[in-house]
Design a protein around this ligand. Structure first.
Ligand code: HEC
Length: 169
């Protein structure tokens, strides 16, 4: 959060009056963007379809189905988490929760409810904490960005000479 000095001075009395537990709870559901980037890049293999820049183009593997441009998504945190957990049945977007479609947590459906063609695909699976982490990464570092730049690319790969960034030079 970016708070100006004047705003901070106005907020301070309220923050001091707040019980400590409220502050701790408010911070709880927020994921860790740095870990979320690792999930995006390797653990969840999102980069293969959405590209390093999450724009559905940049560096997408030729044989991977291209993913949509996440920079322009209109989904909020809850919507993002649901799509990542459950996937989008009938599209190449796979589900990533180990518990997806076990109970009624995914669109109220189980895998048997789908025709063979529409069955949601299984992606790399991981826990709820990493789902929150990748949502935090998308919300704090991806959504709303314009065209990918060379600087953004080398920062993503943490390597000023990353070959994947050459086309943006
Ligand atoms: C096999 C390719 C593939 C992989 C792997 C993949 N996606 Fe997707 N994703 C897609 C495609 C294709 C769509 C668009 C589906 C449609 O609406 O037709 C999509 C859509 C989405 C959407 C919905 C965007 C919107 O605005 O509707 C989100 C969010 C998303 N993906 C996040 C992720 C994340 C995070 C990961 C990694 C954990 C991931 N995806 C892995 C292919 C993939």
């Amino acid at each position: 959060m970016h708070v100006t000095r004047a705003a901070a001075a106005m907020l301070l009395p309220f923050m001091l009056a707040m019980p400590v537990t409220t502050v701790a709870q408010a911070a709880d559901p927020v994921g860790d963007p740095a870990r979320g980037k690792t999930v995006f890049r390797s653990v969840g293999d999102c980069m293969r379809c959405h590209g390093w820049a999450a724009d559905g183009r940049s560096g997408v593997h030729l044989r991977a189905p291209p993913g949509s441009n996440l920079r322009e998504t209109a989904l909020d945190a809850e919507g993002l988490a649901e799509v990542i957990r459950c996937g989008l049945p009938g599209t190449p977007m796979p589900y990533h929760s180990r518990q997806a479609y076990d109970g009624d947590g995914c669109y109220g459906m189980s895998l048997d409810d789908f025709d063979a063609d529409d069955k949601p695909k299984r992606g790399k699976t991981f826990g709820d904490d990493d789902i929150q982490n990748v949502v935090a990464y998308l919300q704090s570092e991806v959504i709303g960005l314009g065209k990918p730049t060379f600087e953004e690319c080398t920062a993503f790969f943490e390597n000023p000479a990353a070959a994947a960034c050459n086309s943006l030079r």
